[in-house]
Write a protein that binds this ligand. Structure first.
Ligand code: RIB
Ligand code: CA
Length: 305
């Protein structure tokens, strides 16, 4: 069996591709849902439908926090589509979520898989923060937390804040201060190395498999939005983070920094990297990645039926 992971997700567009990759590259123990991209119930349906569609109906979905710890936030249907799956009005999934709450599931699975479980945190960090506040030992039980989040200087939600950190900065701060073994893949790194341009889209379109068609449909709005933003294609932060968690050789440069999160004023949600930190480093930060390796793995999975 592969490495054991939980995907913590605000399931919309690229999150669904990250779930697909995680299901093929890891032993996916569960998907936990947290408030973020689109309406919470849409995110739940998107996760249930995705697992059914990719042939992983047996992977449990656990319901987590449907709002951040402190402040209200706004969903971003303009990025992911009205319900988060592009313009696809997906059929009602037959799969249902588990009765066990996501926070309890994270703690239980961490306890049952001590030293093995890894968290692919591709969403606001509310669930993981609350799990830690409930059971501090999970910092020892959980082997690694891979975080897609934060921006060095180019926020995608405010001028300085990336969406996952902006939605719940208190949660991000709790997680970063908790003592987990953390690797962060920030927004600019994903823009640079996780963008699929139109030529790559054409290659995916020409595959014409069930999974390539799924990719196109769920990421349609994401592509349109990314192009409007001036990107050369669709940006796939969650999928890239999931791939880098799987293949460390694709991380071309990373450095350990002391990383903090701003909680107030106009820079709320900003990731603060102490570039000169001497001591107190709490996170590896990925600076460069091998985009070709990412794309090759993604397309090899999309081309499989
Ligand atoms: O800033 C990008 C991140 O915010 C991605 O994880 C996207 O799914 C949203 O959660
Ligand atoms: Ca996400």
């Amino acid at each position: 069996m592969g490495r054991k992971v939980i995907v913590d997700s605000d399931t919309a567009s690229d999150d669904t591709i990250a779930i697909l990759l995680a299901s093929r590259l890891f032993d996916l123990l569960g998907v936990t849902i947290v408030a973020g991209n689109v309406k919470y119930q849409d995110q739940v349906r998107n996760a249930l439908f995705t697992l059914e569609y990719i042939g992983k109906k047996d992977v449990p979905v656990y319901l987590g926090q449907d709002r951040p710890i402190l402040n209200k936030w706004r969903t971003v249907e303009e990025v992911h589509g009205k319900h988060g799956m592009g313009e696809w009005d997906i059929p009602e999934p037959t799969k249902r979520p588990e009765k066990e709450n996501a926070i309890d599931a994270i703690i239980r699975l961490a306890r049952e898989n001590q030293g093995e479980l890894e968290i692919l945190a591709i969403s606001p960090l509310t669930n993981l923060a609350l799990a830690y506040l409930r059971e501090h030992s999970i910092t020892k039980w959980i082997r690694k937390v891979w975080i897609m989040g934060g921006a060095f200087t180019r926020g995608n939600t405010t001028p300085i804040a990336e969406f996952n950190f902006w939605v719940d900065p208190e949660a991000a701060k709790v997680v970063l201060d908790a003592g987990f073994d953390v690797t962060i893949v920030p927004w600019e790194t994903t823009e640079e190395y996780g963008t699929l341009d139109l030529a790559k889209w054409e290659r995916i379109r020409s595959m014409n498999t069930a999974l390539s068609r799924f990719f196109e449909r769920v990421n349609k709005t994401l592509l349109e939005f990314s192009l409007k933003q001036g990107n050369r294609g669709s940006v796939h932060p969650d999928s890239l983070t999931t791939y880098l968690a799987f293949d460390g050789s694709a991380i071309l440069e990373q450095r350990k920094f002391k990383v903090d999160v701003e909680l107030c004023s106009l820079s709320r949600g900003a990731m603060l990297v102490d570039w000169y930190s001497k001591g107190g480093e709490n996170a590896n930060v990925v600076l460069k990645a091998d985009s070709e390796k990412f794309y090759e793995k993604l397309t090899s999975i999309l081309s499989s039926s």
